[in-house]
Design a protein around this ligand. Structure first.
Ligand code: AMP
Ligand code: ZN
Ligand code: FE
Ligand code: FE
Length: 282
């Protein structure tokens, strides 16, 4: 059983439409794929509609959070998408991305980088994010590739043109996810190459707040980091997952590059009360 619990579509900053994503997931030999777009469930219906036989869809989202001033991502699985409190927070997070992206583009323009807001807006078909701005910067010839945007010079965390987005307190997020019947897994907790990460004590604090698991096998964790995180998870009684964090052509990771064990997947579906995994009808 190949189980990949973290992917993005054009509903946020991936490049495959939700239908293309589930098709590609089956072609890659996956049995289970979770669609976890940033701060939105907008891709779920189209993914479910296009679900190929033999593939199970786990509905989810990757929620933008903050803890003690550090940005982090919380994966939420199989919550009830109509539960109003979590839906309201998701909408706030998604909607605030628009003025924030506009502010980043304005700063880039002040720095003399000719990025057109209209083009950024066009590149984002769903929840808008820095990858869309980075893509517009590449198109405009300002930088060579998308990764060059995520630096101190441009729009990396704390960079010259970086503007923070609205983020949900991580402890609050866990409560809201649970209240909506979902399961909460801390995404790439120690991905230090991307920016600041939380101290170990924060993971213990989130575990005490009911966190279900941590994503261990992830492209942004090296082998030593994975070992350390697995040890912490064992001590704290947390589930451990693995996933590709697939973004289509926007990142180098392949679908199924990292996977979650059938035992952990079974435990996640057992705990989830807000939605069931979906399989193709007929
Ligand atoms: P945002 O949600 O708008 O703050 O943008 C953050 C997103 O940008 C992350 O979720 C990643 O998908 C992507 N990202 C972060 N760092 C990098 C990087 N170094 N290279 C490419 N994409 C990145
Ligand atoms: Zn992303
Ligand atoms: Fe993430
Ligand atoms: Fe992600």
């Amino acid at each position: 059983m190949l189980i990949d619990l973290h992917t993005h579509s054009t509903a946020s900053d991936g490049t495959d439409s939700p239908a293309e994503l589930v098709t590609a997931a089956r072609a890659a030999g996956l049995d289970v794929v979770a669609l976890t777009d940033h701060d939105t469930v907008a891709g779920h219906a189209a993914a479910a509609e296009a679900l190929p036989p033999g593939l199970t869809l786990v509905t989810g989202a990757e929620i933008s959070c903050r803890l003690d001033g550090v940005s982090l991502h919380m994966l939420a699985y199989l919550f009830d998408p109509t539960e109003p409190e979590l839906a309201r927070e998701r909408d706030l997070l998604r909607d605030d991305r628009v003025p924030r992206a506009r502010a980043i583009v304005a700063r880039l323009n002040e720095l003399g980088a000719p990025v057109a807001w209209e083009r950024v807006r066009e590149l984002a078909q769903g929840a808008i994010g820095r990858p869309h701005i980075a893509a517009a910067m590449v198109e405009a010839g300002i930088i060579e590739d998308v990764s060059a945007a995520f630096t101190a010079e441009w729009i990396g965390d704390g960079g010259r043109a970086h503007v923070a987005k609205h983020e949900l307190d991580a402890t609050t997020a866990i409560g809201l996810i649970h209240d909506a019947g979902g399961v909460a897994v801390f995404a790439h907790p120690l991905a230090w190459r991307r920016g600041r990460v939380v101290p170990d004590a924060a993971i213990a604090q989130l575990a005490a707040a009911g966190l279900d698991g941590v994503e261990v096998d992830h492209i942004d964790h090296d082998a030593a980091t994975r070992d350390r995180l697995r040890g912490m998870a064992a001590d704290l009684g947390l589930l451990t997952t693995g996933s590709s964090d697939y973004h289509g052509t926007r990142k180098s990771c392949r679908l199924g590059e990292h996977t979650t064990s059938p035992e952990v997947y079974a435990e996640i579906t057992e705990r989830a009360k807000g939605a069931r995994p979906l399989t193709a009808a007929g």
